[in-house]
Design a protein. Structure first.
Length: 154
C-alpha cells in the first residue's frame, strides 16, 4: 500500500519520510498552547480544512475560551535498529495514535519528538539530560518533560 513511507538513517534509527503537523489547543485567555492531536497534510487547503473542522466542533460557549492552531511540523520516528523488512511492514498500516515528548513551558507544551511507538518516545525522554533532576542525592523525573498520546485528526 504505502511502501516507502519510512526511511532509515544509519545510526539514527527509522523515521517516517512524511511530515506531520502537531495541532495545539490555544487558550484564548492565557495564550497557553497544549498539544492535542496530529495530522498529515502538506498542502495548505488540507491544513485549513482540519482546523475548520476542529474549530467547528467546539460548543458555542467554548468559542470564547479556546481555539485550535498548528504547532510544530515533525517527522515521526521509530525505534532504532529496525530491519528494512519490519519498516516496510509497519508502513502498510495507518496508525491512529502517536506519542510525543513534550516540554512544559510558560506558554504551553513544546513538542520535542514525535514517535509511532511509546517505547521510542520514552527512550528519547530518558536521553534528555534535563529530564532527570537530582534532589537530595536521588534522581527523580523532571515533571516538565512528559510523554503524551496524540490521536490522528483527519
Amino acid at each position: 500500500m504505502n511502501s516507502g513511507l519510512f526511511l532509515l538513517r544509519p545510526g539514527k534509527g527509522a523515521y517516517m519520510a512524511k511530515t506531520f503537523n502537531i495541532i495545539k489547543r490555544r487558550d484564548l485567555l492565557s495564550g497557553e498552547k497544549k498539544a492535542v492531536c496530529f495530522a498529515y497534510g502538506d498542502d495548505v487547503q488540507a491544513e485549513e480544512k482540519v482546523l475548520r473542522k476542529l474549530n467547528a466542533s467546539r460548543r458555542q460557549e467554548e468559542e470564547v475560551l479556546y481555539d485550535f492552531c498548528y504547532g510544530e511540523k515533525m517527522q515521526m520516528h521509530l525505534l532504532p535498529g529496525l530491519s528494512d523488512q519490519t519498516v516496510r511492514e509497519l508502513s502498510r498500516f495507518k496508525y491512529n495514535t502517536a506519542y510525543v515528548v513534550c516540554k512544559r513551558t510558560k506558554k504551553g507544551d513544546e513538542v520535542l519528538y514525535l514517535s509511532l511507538l511509546k517505547d521510542s518516545a520514552l527512550r528519547f525522554k530518558a536521553s534528555i539530560p534535563s529530564a532527570v533532576l537530582t534532589v537530595k542525592g536521588k534522581s527523580i523525573a523532571n515533571p516538565n518533560y512528559f510523554v503524551k498520546e496524540l490521536r490522528l485528526c483527519l
